[in-house]
Design a protein around this ligand. Structure first.
Ligand code: SF4
Length: 355
């Protein structure tokens, strides 16, 4: 409502809206809403009513929005329930429907705008500052064991590709690390190098594979013993996760919040909380769906692209060593321009299956 109307009704608004003093009435915005939409507020005697309208303060407007959403959702669900039998009997739609809840529709991070902008020397520091927990643990496991099993190589390799590692850099990165372990240069060139070129679309079917989304990582096969891929918020034992977060100097209150989210199966929200705590921001400002999105947003924040609550030089201190954790094997995702058929995945899968 306008300021004039608000001033005109100020006494009534103040008297009929519990918890609002005259000063607060002056500060607060009010909305004139049809009575039918404000029944809950009306029933609880929380709003001023006149001529079939409720005068709702901004602080209570969420009740109206929620009611509206609930009504629309309920209508849509009823409609869906009615249509479901005929949709389910259509075999063309069935696979689409089954896939819907796991479907990722955000950017696929296959376009490597930053290709070549990251040097291999930066990766250790970046893994602490800007990698989500899943990639941080993979990086640490790789550095410690000089090896990653199939699922880890897929998840981490495609992530690195997404953040800008060129094919040449990826070959150098993996080779340097693997030959420090049990794999000699010859074995690497014959086996692993092919698979890396393959993931860059330079071998086999030449599919340009995209980095995994959170949904894919969370929903795919759980990790086995000796695996480090997957989502730590989804696949870690809560006690191990707690220890890991403690070792990264996450404050106890933050750990409690993360564990609560994990308990409620809100894994991506837990990851968002981790982002906020490690970057020292109050609000992440985006909805997290992809590890590469986490990286991009972190870099944007650290480079001053977004407003900071505190100097981010401190945030490096809040992140320390990673820990190891299991994760699961999952198939690579071809870019949207490529076919999604399992056949496309077979080639790469085969080359990566060697432990
Ligand atoms: Fe990685 Fe996504 Fe899990 Fe975060 S929520 S740890 S980005 S998979």
């Amino acid at each position: 409502i306008s300021e004039d109307l608000k001033n005109e009704l100020a006494n009534e608004l103040c008297a009929s809206t519990p918890g609002l003093s005259m000063t607060k009435v002056k500060e607060q915005m009010f909305y004139k809403v049809g009575l039918a939409d404000a029944v809950d507020l009306f029933r609880a005697r929380r709003v001023f009513i006149k001529d079939g309208f409720a005068y709702v303060p901004l602080r209570d407007i969420d009740v109206i929005v929620l009611n509206n959403y609930r009504t629309k959702l309920s209508k849509a669900l009823a409609l869906t329930a009615r249509s479901l039998p005929s949709i389910q009997s259509d075999e063309r739609l069935q696979p689409l429907l089954n896939h819907l809840s796991h479907c990722y529709v955000g950017p696929d991070y296959s376009v490597q705008k930053n290709s070549g902008k990251i040097s291999l020397e930066q990766i250790d520091a970046l893994s602490v500052k800007s990698f989500p927990l899943c990639m941080r643990q993979l990086h640490k496991a790789l550095r410690e064991n000089h090896h990653l099993r199939h699922g880890g190589r897929m998840q981490y390799g495609l992530f690195l590709k997404g953040i800008g590692l060129t094919l040449e850099q990826a070959l150098e990165f993996w080779k340097k690390e693997f030959i420090r372990g049990k794999v000699d240069a010859d074995k690497f060139d014959k086996g692993y190098a092919y698979s890396i070129r393959h993931s860059y679309g330079k071998e086999g079917r030449r599919t340009d594979y995209t980095p995994y989304s959170c949904m894919k990582i969370i929903m795919s096969n759980p990790p086995s013993q000796g695996d480090y891929h997957g989502c730590p918020f989804r696949h870690s034992d809560p006690e191990l996760l707690k220890q890991k977060l403690q070792s990264y100097k996450i404050p106890p209150s933050g750990i409690t919040q993360i564990l609560e989210l994990v308990k409620g199966m809100h894994y991506q929200l837990a990851c968002q909380k981790y982002f906020e705590l490690t970057h020292d921001v109050d609000d992440i400002g985006f909805s997290l769906n992809h590890p590469n999105q986490y990286f991009t947003e972190s870099q944007r924040l650290l480079s001053g692209g977004r407003e900071l609550k505190k100097e981010l030089s401190n945030s490096g201190n809040s992140q320390q060593k990673s820990n190891s954790q299991e994760s699961m094997n999952s198939n690579p995702t071809p870019t949207s321009s490529n076919t999604t058929a399992g056949a496309e995945l077979e080639g790469l899968e085969a080359y990566f299956t060697e432990d």
